[in-house]
Design a protein around this ligand. Structure first.
Ligand code: FAD
Ligand code: NAG
Ligand code: NAG
Ligand code: NAG
Ligand code: NAG
Ligand code: NAG
Ligand code: NAG
Ligand code: NAG
Ligand code: NAG
Length: 590
């Protein structure tokens, strides 16, 4: 196979419309491009098509390539710009649901945090789907390692020969050195260089998905478009700026046999073997519904004929929820704030010049300092109070039962705290000044929501209802995390670097004040999963252990929507791991 750049693979509409393919992958995102690339090399005789709704970004699109521009793609032409329905437990606010609409999908838009959850969490996938050989920690770890090429020496579990480039940040602000000793003083074990091997509990620095080109070379974002796709075989075609409207089935087939896909303009494209949905946790379930698979009530309301009733489609929506504690730094510390909030100023201009020249720059920088805690590490009261809230009334759904088991497993994190070197508040940036933010995030919230179509048009945005904070555990967990973040901020040496708590502010003290603050300031960590869950059908599952949609013979879902239980990690590594496993399953049976 001759390596080539992905730009050569892009084909025109006229070419595609005339052809048939063995496999059609809907969505050229994180998992979609990883899967397509692997399938194309395992099945070199098979014509494979990836259809991506968004554009292929230019190679010099700085909003994607510059690590320190993370966030600038949000609300851009590369974002679907979805939003939730009004959320009653957070004062009827809506929350933005940003999703990548570009080749590379959300891996082109994300914040470049790169980590893994606890071994027990991947093992649970196998137990829940009753196939512990197909899905477990060892399988997922080797799949995740297969996707990675880490540069550095830290003794942790890393892939060295995969496509996605990872490394540690080369430029970190001096005040981050207060992070590990402060948490350690509070009893949190230091877990540097050992958190990616299934035991993430502790305080540590973690890597980031950056290609660390040797100096002078630009440090650039590594994503599925930049680093998987160039490895694909010539049997893979990628069509961008093209949206699939639904999957087409052979009339009367039972189980349903897909014949291909229908584009938004009505064009049909034939898939001789399989159609694979990789449109992400927000849009894969809607594509099933538009194709006639889902809850009869949802389909009936949208005037769509039910080909297969499958109540789990679009249900089980789970997401990480977060709060920020923001502190104003002492005058003698510099932060990342000028790069975001004064990005045409002299500091940012100079730093961008350095980045463009391939020299160490603030624009290389991404999140670095993390802690993953179980509630016991805060104190026994927090552990027992939250465990009680989670188990009364006792959970009946398989996903909730699994989460309550995790609450008594000390190896499974329940709280993540990131020390960010800039202002990340719920209120606007105050205009000037340098800040540090402790973002706390609940790893296994018990609220589960849904995403559904509202009518039969692919163009009407999905109704996204995560049901944030609908379970009493979630609000108390959020508050416990933010209170603990304040305790960290008041612990030396971290307490030496700041002058003022800007958010929530020292005026927030009583339980009622914390609760009001949490409801008004809660945000999402952009990690929706579970909406086409890999679970038994009677538990609300949508796909089986081979990621095949129940009631179909040749439709799979391969993206974060199959994750049955939200992980205690940022989820891109899981997206790549799922794609690697799926490629093996599909190629092995072809
Ligand atoms: C702002 C943000 C920050 C994040 N930060 C991090 C982080 O720091 N670390 C981390 O690990 N994770 C992070 N995540 C989460 C992670 O990046 C995503 O959850 C993951 O990449 C999702 O992968 P996926 O393959 O399921 O879906 P996606 O990568 O979103 O891919 C879905 C693709 O399908 C396409 N598509 C959808 N519908 C259609 C259609 N009808 N026809 C054709 N194409 C279609 C979309 O355009 C998209 O390209 C972040 C996410 C966001 C949005
Ligand atoms: C998202 O919003 C931006 C800014 O308004 C816009 O340019 C872009 O086209 C929007 N994305 C979609 C999918 O509509
Ligand atoms: C949220 O909206 C509902 C329905 O409109 C309303 O009854 C309720 O009072 C609102 N709640 C808040 C906190 O505004
Ligand atoms: C689980 O799998 C085993 C082995 O394939 C099978 O014998 C058993 O019936 C399955 N149990 C359920 C509940 O599906
Ligand atoms: C992995 O990264 C190293 C640089 O650290 C590079 O030399 C090597 O070619 C990469 N391997 C692959 C398979 O891309
Ligand atoms: C469904 O069809 C009925 C009857 O044709 C129509 O009145 C209604 O508006 C349609 N609903 C949707 C959501 O398209
Ligand atoms: C900043 O000033 C504080 C005292 O106000 C001092 O403890 C700290 O070492 C100084 N840090 C730097 C980087 O100069
Ligand atoms: C679907 O809903 C959108 C609004 O979200 C509306 O513009 C469109 O006309 C509707 N289409 C149908 C077929 O009902
Ligand atoms: C336990 O931790 C919580 C959260 O930090 C705190 O509010 C509470 O006071 C602590 N309780 C004890 C007994 O230390």
């Amino acid at each position: 196979m001759v390596p080539k750049t992905w730009t050569l693979l892009l084909t025109t509409a006229a070419v595609v419309a005339a052809k048939e393919y063995d496999y059609i992958i809907v969505g050229g995102g994180t998992a979609g491009l990883a899967l397509a690339t692997r399938l194309s090399t395992s099945l070199p005789e098979s014509p494979i098509l990836v259809i991506e709704a968004g554009p292929a970004a230019a190679v010099d699109e700085l909003r994607i390539t510059v690590p320190g521009f993370r966030g600038s793609g949000l609300g851009s032409i590369y974002d679907w710009n979805f939003t939730t329905t009004a959320q009653p437990h957070i004062a009827n606010r809506t929350i933005d649901v940003n999703r990548g609409k570009v080749l590379g999908g959300s891996s082109a838009l994300n914040y470049l945090c790169y980590d893994r959850a606890a071994a027990a969490e991947y093992d649970a996938w196998g137990s829940l789907i009753n196939n512990t050989d197909r899905w477990n920690w060892d399988v997922m770890l080797s799949a995740m390692l297969k996707s990675e090429n880490f540069t550095g020496e830290d003794g942790d579990k890393h892939g060295r020969t995969g496509p996605i480039r990872t490394t540690y940040n080369r430029k970190v602000p001096e005040f981050l050195s207060t992070w590990k000793p402060s948490l350690n003083k509070l009893g949190v074990p230091i877990n540097d260089g050992a958190s990616l091997g299934g035991k993430p509990v502790g305080v540590m620095y973690q890597p980031t998905n950056i290609n660390p080109n040797p100096e002078p070379g630009r440090w650039t974002r590594s994503n599925s478009a930049t680093d998987y796709l160039p490895l694909a075989g010539s049997n893979l075609e990628v069509r961008t700026n093209t949206r699939v409207a639904k999957v087409d089935f052979i009339p009367g087939s039972q189980p349903l046999l897909a014949s291909g896909v229908v584009l938004e303009d009505g064009t049909k494209i034939t898939a001789r073997k399989e159609v694979i949905l990789s449109a992400g946790a927000v849009q894969s379930p809607g594509l099933l519904e538009l194709s006639g698979i889902g809850q009869p009530a949802v389909l009936n309301a949208a005037n769509i004929t039910v080909l297969r009733a499958l109540p789990g489609v679009g249900e089980n929506y789970q997401d990480h929820i977060r709060l920020s504690n923001v502190y104003r730094l002492k005058d003698n510390y510099s932060s990342f704030d000028p790069m975001i909030y004064d990005n045409t100023g002299s500091i940012a201009t100079e730093q961008l010049r350095l980045w463009l020249a391939g020299k160490p720059s603030w624009y290389d920088y991404t999140s670095t300092a993390y802690a993953f805690l179980n509630w016991d590490l805060i104190n026994t009261t927090t552990q027992s109070t939250l465990a009680h809230l989670a188990s009364h009334p006792s959970p009946t759904h398989a996903v909730d039962i699994q989460k309550s088991k995790f609450l008594t497993d000390p190896s499974v994190p329940q709280l993540e705290i990131i020390m960010e070197s800039n202002f990340v508040g719920a209120t606007p940036y105050p205009g000037t000044g340098n800040f540090v933010t402790l973002i706390s995030s609940v790893m296994h919230p018990l609220s589960r929501g849904s995403v559904h179509i509202s009518n039969s048009s692919i163009h009407s945005p999905p109704l996204i209802n995560p049901s944030y904070l609908s379970h009493p555990y979630d609000i108390q967990a959020l508050i416990a995390g933010a209170k603990y973040a304040r305790r960290i901020a008041h612990t030396k040496p971290l307490s030496d670097i700041w002058t003022q708590e800007v958010e929530p502010g020292q005026k927030i003290e009583t339980d009622a004040e914390w609760e009001a603050f949490a409801r008004s300031a809660m945000g999402s960590f952009f990690h929706p999963v579970g909406t086409c869950a890999m679970l038994p059908e009677k538990e609300g599952g949508v796909v089986d252990a081979e990621l095949k949609v129940y009631g179909t013979s040749n439709v799979r879902v391969v993206d974060c929507s199959v994750i049955p239980v939200l992980l205690s990690a940022h989820i891109q590594t899981a997206a790549y791991g799922i794609a690697e496993v799926a490629a093996g399953v599909i190629a092995g049976r072809a």
